[in-house]
Ligand binder design. Structure first.
Ligand code: KIV
Ligand code: ZN
Length: 535
């Protein structure tokens, strides 16, 4: 495929750039779950991580390459700086994938050269072809990014790109690393590259951009009009600082305004052929999964996947929509898989029905996980008459994809009310198998629970976000709690779902503390666990 291709390649970097959002750290199993979901969504390339960055990143890329990078699946990509060590490590991690890509980068803006790299332009012109050629000796598919391209001298950029392509890069990615450009500037930059890089027809032009000024998606669409054919994006737009361009917004813009974009891709305006390979009906589910696992909540007014994106509040709008949906709706909620909330199971449903419903929803669980999830389903079904596909998703995500269970909640009990001092008792199993109990009084029931848990776990932290929302409508709905806490400047998130929001609150807190504890263990820091409260 060259840059005149008549389809847009979707390159997802949720697991690499997205995971760089503060507090969004994912463990290997969670990354694998998201990668499987991205494959189901139909992304062309999954940037699975930065293998040289840490052993955890290496393992995640390797596991994704093995389990998701199968024949007929997406290309699996690993990031590397332009050094032999990085590139070699990326190639090693990617080995099991049927289609593998090394993405190597080196900054080209004067400010990065002078202060970060302390290199001259000539040095960059020498390093880029050498490292691209090295990557090419290890894999066929090589992507090169001139970091901070948006603030680089275009004439210098053209020279760097020409050398990268001559050395074997099949994709050249143009990052607006600091989210500085406006749409017309980004469009002109891509046009300039198309017009001035002599061998540009041998590579796909890709774009990558951050949302510091809220312009990333608009910039990408302008880039498409000027020849970009690969878009690097993340689910829910998560990423460094203000995030990356949001996959769901780009894909739906190209989908809804296909007739407008068709001509820029050399198609007849009325062509109905999709512009991307994305199965748009998987968008909502993937968005929820990423939000739950990263703890990055989606704002209600977020385009496409926000809770209000398809809600009509004003009477005039509601009246119009009842008469004809198209009066106020440019796309159907169903097109992103939003109205899929169907009752699928009840209290009397058996294991087989449960298993086949999960399969339909895209969950292929091991026998152990299936047993765990089934027990949990029975428990929920006892309290909630009708189980919908969203409930099932919440159950599975909660039961299977949790952070490592170092501390485990065995019991939580609260007493509260308008004439009571909120008091909580908790029993936790510690990582070394001890059962510890403690109690505390708080300003409210959740505060009391968190104080009681803190007395046992004993890792100082600051709760910076607590949110609760219901999975479905109805008084018996399951509640989902997401929390974020801070310890020594780092953010850790936790998520849990339960028909009892007090239990969900406790479990979400434990899940965040487990991530924090795991990180401390990795650093070799062992916190004191009080022995006095042992029961
Ligand atoms: O924002 C950026 O420049 C990046 C590069 C590594 C592509 O993430
Ligand atoms: Zn980036």
């Amino acid at each position: 495929m060259n840059n005149k291709a008549d389809r847009i390649i979707i390159f997802d970097t949720t697991l690499r750039d997205g995971e760089q959002s503060p507090g969004a750290t994912l463990n290997v199993d969670e990354k694998l779950t998201i990668a499987l979901s991205l494959a189901r969504l139909g992304v062309d390339v999954i940037e699975a991580g930065f293998p040289y960055a840490s052993p955890g990143d290496f393992e995640a890329v390797q596991k994704i390459a093995e389990a998701v990078g199968i024949e007929g699946g997406p290309t699996i990509c690993g990031l590397s700086r332009a050094t032999e060590q990085d590139i070699k490590t990326a190639a090693e991690a990617l080995k099991p994938a049927a289609k593998k890509r090394i993405h190597t980068f080196l900054a080209t803006s004067d400010i990065h050269l002078a202060y970060k790299l302390k290199k001259t332009r000539q040095e960059v012109l020498d390093i880029v072809p050498e490292m691209v050629a090295y990557a090419k000796s290890l894999v066929d598919d090589v992507e090169f990014s001139p970091e901070d391209a948006g603030r680089s001298d275009p004439e210098f950029l053209y020279q760097v790109l020409e050398r990268a392509i001559a050395a074997g890069a099949t994709t050249v990615n143009i990052p607006d690393t600091v989210g500085y450009l406006t749409p017309s500037e980004f469009g002109s930059l891509i046009k300039g590259i198309n017009d001035n890089v002599p061998n540009i027809d041998k590579a796909v032009i890709s774009v990558h951009g951050h949302n510091d000024l809220g312009l990333a998606v608009a910039n990408f669409l302008e880039a498409v009009k000027n020849g970009a054919r690969q878009l690097e994006c993340t689910i829910n737009g998560i990423g460094e600082r203000a995030g990356n361009a949001a996959l769901e917004e780009l894909v739906m813009a190209l989908h809804v305004r296909r007739q407008y974009f068709n001509t820029f891709l050399g198609r007849p305006a009325d062509s109905t052929e999709p512009l991307t390979n994305i199965n748009t009906k998987e968008i909502y589910r993937t968005s929820r999964l990423v939000s739950n696992l990263t703890g990055m909540m989606v704002q209600p007014n977020k385009a496409i996947v926000g809770a209000n994106a398809f809600a009509h509040e004003s009477g005039i709008h509601q009246d119009g929509v009842l008469k004809n949906k198209l009066t106020y709706e440019i796309m159907d909620a169903e097109s992103i898989g939003l109205t899929n909330n169907q009752i699928v199971l009840g209290k009397l449903s058996g294991r087989n029905a449960f298993r086949s419903c999960l399969k339909e929803l895209g969950f292929e669980l091991s026998e152990t996980d299936l047993n765990k999830a089934f027990l949990r389903f029975k428990d929920v079904a006892d309290k909630k008459k009708e189980i919908t596909d969203w409930d099932l998703e919440a159950i599975v995500n909660d039961e299977i994809n949790t952070a490592p269970e170092l501390f485990r909640l065995e019991l939580v009990q609260v007493s509260c009310g308008d004439n009571a001092r909120p008091t909580a008792t908790v029993t936790l199993r510690t990582p070394d198998g001890k059962e510890l109990m403690d109690a505390a009084i708080g300003t409210g029931p959740v505060d009391a629970i968190y104080k009681a848990i803190n007395r046992v776990v004993n890792i100082p932290n600051e709760l910076i976000e607590f949110s609760v929302k219901s999975v479905t409508a109805g008084i018996d709905a399951m509640g989902e709690v997401t929390i974020r806490l801070r310890h020594e400047g780092r953010i850790y998130s936790g998520h849990a779902a339960n028909t009892d929001i007090i239990v969900a609150s406790a479990r979400a807190y434990i899940s965040a503390l487990n991530r924090l504890y795991a990180a401390l263990q990795q650093k070799g820091v062992k916190e004191e666990i009080p022995q006095t409260a042992n029961v």
